[in-house]
Design a protein around this ligand. Structure first.
Ligand code: 13P
Length: 252
């Protein structure tokens, strides 16, 4: 089965409204036809504008970077999945290591968010990945396995088939240190095996697994060419239109 290849940008907490619109416009204008999917993960406040900018551009979608687990209610300052959907976003990034670390998002909360996102027929981009100490201890596969088990493996096969996974080793995020193509491949293969053990090989072979952590134009091609790497979740380089466009064009 041919898996969907995806170049996703995670803008994090960057860009004013005007700058965000300019970035989305530059990406939309610079896009050449591609079979791969491009996803722009913008701050919530920019979602509507960016969704409108890319509306007519084929293969470009918009993602929120977080959502609340409840459908609506007295949660001052929060953003619901329904709101996200209502402005044209189709994806929600969940479980990013920055949210796990700075906002104390744990397995159970993330499982609830996954359910809420799927319940509104949006697609979670579920992030997993280990800190440096775990990598050095050699227990990184077990660490990621637990993240998947605790927040995703309650899903039935049909629901799971919608999920996009992003493997983001924490030691590679924003550090300029990328996992080597082989390290990425080894972990992606291990993740795919976990999916096969749980859901069967058809689901495992159909699930897009993205790599995140210092993806740049200079390394994207080699990383994306690994057999189990289906694209990237890109932070810093997604803020520069020329860099992100080069990354979009890095699929062979
Ligand atoms: P960088 O590409 O800046 O390392 O960030 C990766 C990331 O966290 C994407 O979600």
């Amino acid at each position: 089965m041919k898996r969907q290849q995806i170049a996703a940008g995670n803008w994090k907490m960057n860009k004013t409204y005007k700058e965000g619109r300019a970035l989305a416009t530059a990406i939309a204008k610079g896009m050449t036809s591609t079979d791969s999917l491009v996803i722009l993960g913008t701050p919530a406040i920019h979602l509507n504008a960016v969704a409108n900018i890319v509306k007519k551009v084929p293969n470009v979608e918009v993602a929120a970077q977080n959502c609340h687990q409840e459908k609506s209610g007295a949660y001052t300052g929060e953003t619901s999945v329904e709101m996200i959907k209502s402005v044209g976003a189709k994806y929600v990034i969940l479980g990013h290591s920055e949210r796990r670390e700075y906002f104390n998002e744990g397995h159970e909360l993330l499982a609830a968010k996954v359910d809420t996102v799927l319940g509104k027929r949006l697609i979670p981009i579920f992030c997993c990945g280990e800190p440096l100490a775990i990598r050095e201890a050699g227990t990184h596969v077990a660490h990621v396995k637990k993240q998947l088990e605790e927040s995703l493996f309650h899903l039935k096969k049909k629901a799971f088939s919608k999920i996009v996974i992003a493997y983001e080793p924490i030691w590679a995020i924003g550090t300029g240190v990328t996992a080597s193509p082989q390290q990425a491949q080894d972990m992606h293969k291990a993740i795919r095996q976990l999916l096969a053990d749980k859901y069967g090989s058809d689901i495992a072979e159909g699930t897009s697994i993205l790599y995140g952590g210092s993806v740049k134009p200079a390394n994207a091609k080699e990383i994306f060419s690994q057999p189990d790497v289906d694209g990237g979740l890109v932070g810093g380089a997604s803020l520069k239109p020329d860099d992100f466009l080069q990354i979009i064009n890095s699929f062979s």
